[in-house]
Design a protein around this ligand. Structure first.
Ligand SMILES: N[C@@H](CCC(=O)N[C@@H](CS)C(=O)NCC(=O)O)C(=O)O
Length: 205
């Protein structure tokens, strides 16, 4: 039983776990930042709700998995998710849209054959990813954040997935693949400029 909130995930940036850690930080929650090694994960996996991380444990509650559920819970409790139910659903739709992207790209990390990996990723870079960004762009308004001037958990979710791609660490996916989407770029610049995010990023590096 944890005595304070604990977030369990790998020590990876640009990830589902990092967006949850960041949300906890912005919410001002004193949490245990449990960073797993791959060796620890094998034993822990069967004990998690769905065999995956991130997992958030709150005192007196069963473990909570699924990054979007974790983000929405933190957001609702700490003013980082809309109070209006329709607006909240609109944010949750965008968060599901980010998960769709991760589900397209993450399996390519496991492709061993280099030619196959290049072919699959080049196809994503020329088709799925621009279409994903164009659809996202259509959902963004005056900005810089999804809700306008106030940062919400949906912005962390979008920022983290764009950062994963824009840092150019995924072979055959150009770091510039989202450059042509000004509202998405504006959000991607605005999130790390937010005071609380700056403080987290400075601490995490
Ligand atoms: N939809 C889930 C996906 C969780 C997921 O696939 N997590 C990955 C890390 S990002 C994981 O646990 N990988 C290790 C494994 O599947 O054994 C979420 O949003 O949390």
């Amino acid at each position: 039983m944890t005595t304070k909130p604990r977030l369990t995930y790998f020590d990876l940036s640009g990830s589902r776990g990092e967006e949850c850690r960041l949300a906890l930080h912005l919410a001002g929650i004193d949490f245990e930042d449990h960073r797993l090694s791959r060796a620890e994960w094998a034993a822990l996996k069967p004990t998690t709700p769905f065999g995956s991380v991130p997992v958030l444990e709150l005192p007196g509650k069963p473990p909570l998995a699924q990054s979007n559920a974790i983000l929405v819970l933190i957001g609702r409790r700490h003013g980082l998710h809309p109070a209006d139910d329709f607006e909240a659903a609109r944010h949750e739709a965008l968060m599901a849209h980010v998960e769709d992207l991760r589900h397209m790209l993450s399996p390519t990390l496991r492709i061993k054959d280099e030619d196959q990996k290049r072919a699959v990723r080049q196809e994503l870079a020329s088709g799925y990813l621009p279409a994903w960004a164009a659809a996202t762009e259509n959902q963004l308004g005056e900005g810089p954040f999804v809700a306008g001037s106030t940062l919400q958990v949906v912005d962390l979710k979008l920022y983290m997935v764009v950062r994963w791609i824009a840092t150019g660490t995924i072979d055959h996916i150009p770091a510039s693949v989202f450059d042509a989407y000004p509202k998405l770029q504006r959000l991607y610049q605005a999130v790390p400029a937010h005071e609380g995010v700056r403080a987290w990023n400075a601490r995490a590096t």
